[in-house]
Design a binder for this molecule. Structure first.
Ligand code: GLU
Length: 324
């Protein structure tokens, strides 16, 4: 077989696997869409997509893979990369650590010993990271975030205005966290502006295809697999992937690392992206969540894939490990 036909056969094989998993988990209707952001409760709970993109730009998509949903917490990973790239590790580590907390993502809790937010994947850390977005005005800062998204997505991001408005109207817990950090000198005195930006970054619309492309860019050490553009610095992707593995799945992260073992980030919108360094990324979208805030079907799909195809990053026999 030629290289191209081998590649096509591999893609067709993986598409069949994703199709089978999709069919198998459609009947799984445990969990509920997030409702603490009222607008999120209005999504169609039965939507279900699996998508994958390889580091050389091959793609697979089954189910509702082109249906748009809000990125939510997955944005935290991208903004973390932006902050590291803009300010460097030391500056970022002064404000946000890297230790998993075991607390819920919206806990009003800081690292008191070091006077910083615990990690960039809980809301405190994510808000402190958003505070680090540079710009004299809100518009400049929105532009910085927008152009970051544009590089990952290959097109201008769209914001779900209803979700954004809904988060702003009800995000008082995030306000409490932010003002606590202001009082401790962790973030600057522009709290409402930073929160606005944070709510906007969470309300960006993506599809499962987009999400897999974002993940594949990170898995490809920062180079977009389709446009070939460098989106984020190579050394920064190492830190992004590490934090994804240790803190990416809310307080389920430890079990996830043990059982699934794929650096991943989930969001309360129902998305999960898992990144296999050097190989590619898989995205699942299904808005019914478990008590941790992770997509129920998403968890099952990743468990199956990791188990059956040795995708755990520490699997000694993993066939997926890239050479790059
Ligand atoms: N915008 C959401 C919040 O701040 C993001 C949470 C999430 O996806 O975990 O509550």
């Amino acid at each position: 077989m030629t290289d191209t036909s081998t590649r096509q056969a591999r893609i067709a094989w993986f598409e069949r696997i994703c199709g089978d998993l999709h069919e198998r988990f459609v009947p799984l209707t445990d969990g509920e869409p997030a409702s603490y952001i009222p607008e999120l409760a209005t999504v169609d709970p039965d939507r279900f997509a699996i998508a994958a993109v390889t580091t050389d730009g091959e793609r697979v998509g089954v189910g509702d893979h082109d249906h748009a949903f809000t990125i939510q917490s997955i944005s935290k990973l991208l903004l973390y990369g932006l902050a590291l790239e803009t300010h460097g590790r030391d500056h970022v580590l002064e404000r946000v650590g890297v230790a998993p907390t075991g607390d819920s993502f919206n806990a009003i809790a800081l690292d008191d010993d070091r006077n910083r937010a615990p990690n960039p994947m809980v809301n405190a850390g994510a808000i402190a990271i958003t505070d680090l977005v540079v710009g004299a005005t809100l518009d400049d800062r929105v532009e910085a975030v927008r152009s970051m998204y544009e590089r990952y997505l290959g097109h201008r991001p769209e914001v779900d205005r209803e979700v954004w408005t809904s988060e702003r109207a009800t995000g008082n817990r995030n306000r409490a966290i932010a003002y606590l950090m202001l009082s401790r000198g962790i973030i600057d005195d522009r709290v409402e502006q930073t929160l606005d930006l944070y709510f906007a970054q969470c309300s960006v619309l993506i599809t499962a295809d987009d999400l897999a492309t974002i993940g594949a860019t990170i898995a490809n050490h920062g180079v977009h697999p389709v446009t070939g553009e460098r989106v984020v610095r190579r050394d920064v992707t190492r830190d992004m992937l590490t934090v994804a593995l240790t803190c990416g799945m809310y307080d389920y992260a430890g079990e996830w690392a043990y059982t699934v073992g794929i650096p991943a980030k989930s969001g309360v919108g129902g998305g999960i992206v898992g990144m296999i360094p050097g190989a590619g990324a898989i995205a699942v979208y299904s808005p019914r969540l478990d008590a941790f805030g992770n997509s129920v079907r998403g968890l099952r799909v990743f468990e199956e894939l990791s188990d059956e195809f040795e995708m755990h990053v520490f699997d000694p026999d993993s066939p997926w490990r890239g050479t790059d």
